[in-house]
Design a protein around this ligand. Structure first.
Ligand code: ADP
Ligand code: MG
Length: 361
């Protein structure tokens, strides 16, 4: 296991990148702490696989360095990096049995046969394939083959890191949950440094200690699920995470007040107006329906009962806004105003969150 350091790392697939837009991965500095479980979360095309492939050595970065425990491995080949990587689609040897496939990484390294047998048995149990160990991989379903790929990724205990690139895409939903639980228990047991790539926020938030959110080639926030929920560092994190995501209003700032949609909202703290595009962000969980004439004028358009709570869809000057009301609470569809719980308010300048000024109100 190792700490992985990315030092001024950037990558472009173009031979002569000039503008920032030419980079699939914008400049990045980050330490992946030894033994932590990370999720790398972002929409398709934001650069997740590019980053993972640079770490494993499949891709050579156009700029910067990669260090494992402070040793520069930027030019080291994949094999020398001692990393296990599992891809989105199965990579298995069709002519080998399931057992041989699982044993392959250990055999390759000359491990003791008794150890191999025990370890393969344990992994087969984790992926639920004990019954088919002697079957050839050829003829198995894509689902089963992907489980073999996962098993092969997990079979070695001595790797520097385990990288998973959307490994559950072809797995059926129930098995997905089970395999994710297995990956988590593997992490508890062995404490590997793990990076798990996904575009699914539920997967990311349930798997990881820390979630690394990427948007358009850039890491926009690294935080615990709670930090991403309470203090999204970028508007993208606000609306990508959460269901529904954060509401954003264009705002005119005036010290400790923001003017949005014709109403004044008290912020409880002063913010400097930075001269950029100012927005007030508030998650649906902190939006309340009210009749307070000082609130933001709104019209209820729909109420969805999703079991645990109600999602209230609203219209504020033509803009769709969401509120969440706890299960069992009465929703007045005649409400004409919204208020925001102050602890749920975040202020953004040009899409990046800004802090309130200290001491000033
Ligand atoms: P993700 O894994 O988040 O879906 P990728 O890292 O695969 O994203 O891709 C990031 C960007 O780089 C995308 O715009 C994609 O089209 C581009 N890209 C990925 N691989 C290549 C490649 N081999 N050659 C050129 N462009 C690529
Ligand atoms: Mg990808």
């Amino acid at each position: 296991m190792a700490k992985i350091t990315l030092d001024n790392l950037a990558h472009s697939y173009l031979p002569n990148p000039a503008a920032e837009a030419d980079f699939a991965l914008k400049e990045l500095n980050h330490d992946w702490v030894d033994g932590e479980a990370y999720a790398l979360l972002g929409a398709s095309g934001c650069g997740k696989s590019t980053l993972l492939n640079i770490i494993s050595g499949l891709l050579h970065p156009s700029q910067g360095r990669i260090l494992f425990d402070d040793i520069d491995v930027t030019h080291a080949p994949t094999a020398a990096r001692n990393i296990a990587q599992v891809f989105q689609f199965p990579v298995v040897y069709d002519t080998m049995t399931v057992r041989e496939n699982l044993a392959f990484p250990l055999r390759n390294r000359g491990a003791d046969p008794a150890y191999i047998a025990a370890r393969v048995g344990k992994i087969a149990e984790m992926i639920g394939m004990e019954a088919v160990l002697n079957q050839k991989a050829r003829g198995l379903t894509a689902d089963a083959k992907q489980k073999i790929s996962l098993g092969r990724g997990m079979v070695r205990e001595d790797v520097n890191a385990l990288l998973f690139d959307e490994p559950l895409t072809v797995i059926d939903p129930h098995m997905k949950w089970e395999l994710r639980t297995q990956l988590k228990s593997l992490h508890y047991e062995f404490g590997h440094t793990m990076i798990y790539v996904t575009h699914d926020q539920t997967e990311a938030l349930t798997f990881a200690d820390k979630v690394v959110v990427m948007h358009d080639g850039r890491v926009v926030q690294i935080g615990t699920p709670q930090e991403l929920f309470e203090r999204p560092a970028h508007t993208f994190v606000g609306y990508f995470i959460g269901s529904p995501g954060m509401n954003f209003f264009d705002a005119q700032m005036d010290g400790a007040q923001a003017l949005i949609a014709g109403s004044t909202v008290n912020l409880g703290a002063a913010y400097k107006s930075h001269g950029g595009k100012m927005q007030l962000g508030v998650r649906p969980e902190f939006v309340e329906l009210s009749d307070d004439p000082a609130g933001v004028a709104a019209r209820v358009t729909r109420v969805e009962d999703v079991g645990r709570h109600k999602i209230i869809r609203l219209d504020v000057q033509g803009q769709p806004i969401c509120a969440i009301a706890p299960e069992g609470s009465a929703v007045s569809v005649d409400a004409t105003r919204l208020t925001f719980r102050p602890e749920g308010i975040n202020i953004y300048c040009n899409d990046w969150r800004i802090d309130a000024e200290k001491g000033a109100v």
